[in-house]
Design a protein around this ligand. Structure first.
Ligand SMILES: *Cc1c(COP(=O)(O)O)cnc(C)c1O
Length: 361
C-alpha cells in the first residue's frame, strides 16, 4: 500500500486492506483458496507449507482486521476458538477476572477449566472501575467485555487500561463494539478478541474468531499461532472469504443499524409494555426488560419481521430471550430480550415491535 497518503480512515481500510498485490490481471479481490497443502521447497519450506499453518484467504482477513484494530490479527475457526487460544496464554489454573454478566460461552469455558485445572474466577461489575482494578490484583487474566452481553454495561476501558497491573493479561472481547466503536490496543489491552461471526461478517452466514495483539508483540503472536497450528481450530477458506466480503461494508451497515437502534431505543423507552431499555447510547444492540418470561415469549411469537434467533450483528433484525438458555447467568432478568437491530427500514421494524408489544399487554 502506498505510504504517501495521510493515515487511512477506518471506512477506507475496511475496503482496501486484504487485497492481492495490485498487478495486471491479478484478481481485485482475494478469492477463497482451497488447499490442504502447498507445493513445497526442499529446505526451508515456504511461508505456508500446509493448510493448517496458513492460507492466503485467512491472511487477507487478518490484514484487514489488524489494520482496523491497529495490531496483528490471527483468525480462528470461531469466536470461541479464538477465546480458547487466548486463554492458553495463561497458566491452566489461572485466576481470571470476569464480568458478572458476559458471553455465556466464555463463562462456561472458564468454569470448566476451573473444575479441571483449579484456579479461580472473580466476577466483577465491569462498569465499576475501582472494583475491576481491585479484583485484578494478583490475578493472571483480566477478561473484559464492553458493552457486556446481554446487560449492555459499559466499562471505562481507558481507566482500566491505565490502572491494571502490567503482569495481568488484559483481554478485551470487543465483539459488541467492533473496531469502529473502540480500539482496545490503543486503550491498553494486550489482546483484543472478536467473534467475527457477528458484526465483522455481518450476514449470519459464517463462523470465525479473531485475536489481535500489538504489532510488536511477537511473543504472544507466536504463541497464538502455535496454538492454532497444534490445536487445529483453523478457519475454513470459504468462511474467511465471507468474513472479508462482509467486512467491506461494516462501516455502512453499522451506521444504518445504529441509527435504527437509536430510534427504536427512544420509542421503546416510552412504550407502556416495556419496563426498561438497556442501550449504551451507540451501536445496534439493545436489551429490553419485559415483566416476565411468558410475556416475553408471547411477544416473540407475534413478531413477523424480527426473527427469533441467537447470535447478532447481521443485516437482519433478530432478537432473543436470553434466559431460555439453561446456563444463562442469574444476573440476566427472565423477561429480558436482546435485540440485534439490522439495516431494514426503521419504520417497518418499529411497526412489528409495536404490534407485538401492544398485544402482549
Ligand atoms: C458470539 C460471541 C462469542 C463466540 O463466538 P462464536 O463465533 O459463536 O464462537 C464470543 N464473545 C462474544 C461477545 C460473542 O457475542
Amino acid at each position: 500500500m502506498s505510504t504517501d497518503l495521510p493515515e487511512l480512515r477506518p471506512e477506507t481500510l475496511a475496503v482496501v486492506r486484504g487485497r492481492p498485490v495490485r498487478a495486471v490481471d491479478a484478481p481485485l479481490n482475494q478469492p477463497p483458496v482451497f488447499a490442504s497443502t502447498y507445493v513445497g521447497a526442499l529446505a526451508p519450506d515456504g511461508e505456508l507449507g500446509y493448510g493448517r499453518y496458513g492460507n492466503p484467504t485467512w491472511s487477507a482477513v487478518e490484514d484487514a482486521v489488524g489494520a482496523l484494530e491497529g495490531g496483528r490479527a490471527l483468525s480462528y475457526a470461531s469466536g470461541m476458538a479464538a477465546v480458547h487460544a487466548v486463554l492458553e496464554l495463561a497458566p491452566p489454573a489461572a485466576t481470571v477476572v470476569l464480568p458478572d454478566a458476559c458471553y455465556l460461552g466464555v463463562a462456561t469455558l472458564l468454569a470448566q477449566r476451573r473444575t479441571r485445572y483449579g484456579g479461580d474466577v472473580r466476577l466483577v461489575d465491569v462498569s465499576d472501575t475501582a472494583a475491576v482494578l481491585a479484583a485484578c490484583q494478583g490475578a493472571d487474566v483480566l477478561w473484559v467485555e464492553s458493552p457486556t452481553n446481554p446487560l449492555m454495561q459499559v466499562a471505562d476501558l481507558a481507566a482500566i487500561g491505565a490502572g491494571r497491573p502490567a503482569d495481568c493479561l488484559y483481554v478485551l472481547d470487543s465483539t459488541f463494539a467492533t473496531p469502529l466503536g473502540q480500539r482496545g490496543l490503543d486503550l491498553g489491552a494486550d489482546v483484543v478478541v472478536h467473534a467475527a461471526t457477528k458484526f465483522l461478517s455481518g450476514h449470519s452466514d459464517a463462523l470465525q474468531g479473531i485475536a489481535v495483539v500489538g504489532s510488536d508483540d511477537t511473543d504472544r503472536f507466536a504463541r497464538l499461532d502455535s496454538t492454532r497450528r497444534l490445536q487445529g481450530a483453523v478457519p475454513g477458506p470459504m468462511d474467511s472469504y465471507l468474513v472479508l466480503r462482509g467486512l467491506r461494508t461494516l462501516p455502512l451497515r453499522l451506521r444504518q443499524a445504529s441509527e435504527n437502534a437509536a430510534v427504536l431505543a427512544s420509542r421503546l423507552a416510552d412504550h407502556p409494555a416495556v419496563d426498561r431499555v438497556r442501550w449504551p447510547g451507540t451501536g445496534s444492540l439493545l436489551s429490553i426488560d419485559l415483566p416476565d418470561a411468558s410475556t416475553a415469549d408471547a411477544m416473540i411469537t407475534r413478531l413477523q419481521l424480527w426473527v427469533h434467533a441467537t447470535s447478532l450483528g447481521g443485516v437482519e433484525s433478530t432478537l432473543e430471550r436470553r434466559r431460555r438458555w439453561a446456563g444463562e447467568l442469574p444476573s440476566v432478568p427472565p423477561g429480558l430480550l436482546r435485540l440485534s437491530v439490522g439495516i431494514e427500514h426503521v419504520e417497518d421494524l418499529w411497526a412489528d415491535l409495536d404490534q407485538a408489544l401492544s398485544a402482549s399487554r
